[in-house]
Design a protein around this ligand. Structure first.
Ligand SMILES: [Fe+2]
Ligand SMILES: [Fe+2]
Length: 206
């Protein structure tokens, strides 16, 4: 993407930001409100869902599966690769949304020793969401398409490894199983509030 395109996109973002941040806040509270829907809770108890960390790891596996399919697709399988990238954009945007709005803030509060990891993770999301936005606008026949995807995969694999190996274990230690399942229920409910535009994520302007 040219610098001018990037600048105009960034400028466009600025005008849209206030309503977006409002949406994120209301999305988080809506998520809490909806958290009781999948399983009925007794009055005064929080909803219990899948363990939040297990849920995020399952998402990571889905994305890795898409990456493997992309790597196996032939050089000229333009249609196949375009569809895979569309799925990658949707999966990673939804995943980053629930991490940024629910998991990261809760993890940082529960395990203060993760603060630096969380901050670094948001910066990594920042790079990834801009790459996703560029991939959305890049034709699969463009010579830069495979190169952009290769760099995106490197970035995401590095990010996932750090999350799973370096700091998710600290969160698991700090939060008990019930708390992780309550968080998982809120994250599950919030998935439907995720934006489709990766640049609508908080980290896009981090
Ligand atoms: Fe992440
Ligand atoms: Fe993640």
């Amino acid at each position: 993407m040219s610098q001018s395109t990037r600048t105009s996109k960034t400028a466009g973002r600025k005008t849209a930001l206030p309503s977006r941040s409002k949406k994120s806040t209301s999305a988080a509270s809506a998520a809490s409100a909806k958290a009781g829907q999948p399983k009925k809770s007794l009055p005064g108890t929080a909803a219990i869902g899948e363990d939040a960390i297990a849920m995020l790891k399952a998402d990571h596996k889905v994305v890795e599966g898409l990456f493997k399919r992309f790597e196996k697709a032939g050089d000229s399988a333009f249609g196949v690769k375009r569809r895979i990238v569309t799925d990658v954009i949707a999966e990673l945007t939804r995943h980053a949304y629930i991490e940024e709005t629910l998991f990261y803030p809760t993890a940082r509060k529960a395990a203060p020793d993760t603060a630096e990891h969380v901050l670094e993770s948001v910066e990594e999301h920042h790079v990834v969401v801009w790459m996703l936005s560029e991939l959305a606008d890049t034709d699969a026949r463009d010579e830069r398409f495979d190169a952009k995807m290769a760099v995106l995969m490197e970035n995401v694999r590095h990010h996932v490894e750090e999350e799973e190996k370096e700091w998710f274990p600290l969160v698991r230690k700090a939060m008990n199983r019930t708390a992780l399942r309550e968080l998982g229920a809120r994250m599950q409910a919030a998935k439907s509030d995720a934006p489709s535009d990766p640049l609508a994520l908080r980290s896009a302007v981090a």
